[in-house]
Design a protein around this ligand. Structure first.
Ligand SMILES: [Fe+2]
Length: 266
């Protein structure tokens, strides 16, 4: 089983740039080219939120035209820059959005692995929430998947990473503690995969491992202090590749979109 994860696409309306400088649509197109060229191809692509930059209908329409080129099945989940209603309006035919749930939460199988996608969006806030309703839904999903490897996907990481201004808008600490306790009771959770921090980060949590994916476009500046200015850098875009094998468990690779002219023979 090979599951690709791209994150934090921050698509803007056609012909515009994020922050007046970042051509997020062109970056996503390059990431899609890289994904489509993989051999073996991923079984599916999971997109862990901040699909668009400002939650606008015109942004989601633009995103839709871009994702059309992905050669494998894909699923979206929401981040703090997303708008559930506008997403549903434009992606009204998507199975993950037709659950009838108020939240964008769903589960699906990628070969042997059960992927459970959570909605951590708290409209009006950059930070994330997992309220009692969402946690109860997760608990039911986990209880129904005890015999299989599980990957939980959510935009906001439930941990601090040391970058102060991002830690201020992570998943709410009380909700993170509740999630920690819940996941601890389900040791078949192989990984919690997140976005939001625009960097590759791994942390132990809840008896499993949290892994955050970089953005397909701009990355958050690595300032390991509480008071660094909110800033991004143009480090190379990258994505996650989660490889499941029964004998090795889940192995997470982080692959740069730009392969620097390789592969070349040694
Ligand atoms: Fe983001």
């Amino acid at each position: 089983m090979l599951l690709a994860q791209i994150s934090d696409l921050h698509i803007t309306p056609p012909g515009t740039l994020a922050y007046g400088r970042v051509d997020t649509a062109a970056f996503l197109a390059r990431a899609i080219d890289a994904l489509n060229a993989l051999d073996p191809r991923p079984d599916a692509v999971l997109i862990t939120g901040d699909l668009v930059d400002a939650g606008g209908i015109d942004e989601y329409r633009h995103l839709r035209t871009l994702l059309h080129r992905l050669a494998m099945p894909w699923r979206v989940l929401v981040g703090n820059h997303d708008d559930r209603a506008h997403l549903r309006t434009v992606f009204d035919d998507r199975p993950e959005l037709a659950t009838g749930d108020a939240f964008v939460q769903y589960a699906f199988d990628v070969a042997d692995v059960r992927v459970i996608a959570l909605d951590t969006l708290d409209p009006g806030s950059g930070a994330g929430r997992l309220c009692a309703t969402r946690l109860a839904w997760l608990e039911a999903q986990l209880d129904a998947s005890r015999e299989r490897p599980v990957v939980i996907a959510m935009h906001h990481p439930p941990v601090a990473c040391g970058i102060g201004f991002m830690d201020d808008i992570r998943l709410a600490p009380d909700d993170s503690r509740a999630l920690d306790a819940l996941v601890r009771r389900h040791p078949n959770v192989e990984r919690i995969v997140c976005g939001h921090v625009h960097r590759a980060i791994s942390v132990r949590f809840g008896g499993t491992v949290v892994w955050c994916a970089p953005s397909t476009a701009h990355q958050v500046a690595l300032q390991l202090k509480p008071d660094g200015p909110e800033a991004f850098v143009m480090e190379p875009p990258a994505f996650g590749l989660h490889l499941w094998r029964a004998d090795s468990g889940l192995v997470t690779h982080c692959m740069s979109v730009d392969q620097g002219g390789g592969p070349q023979p040694f």
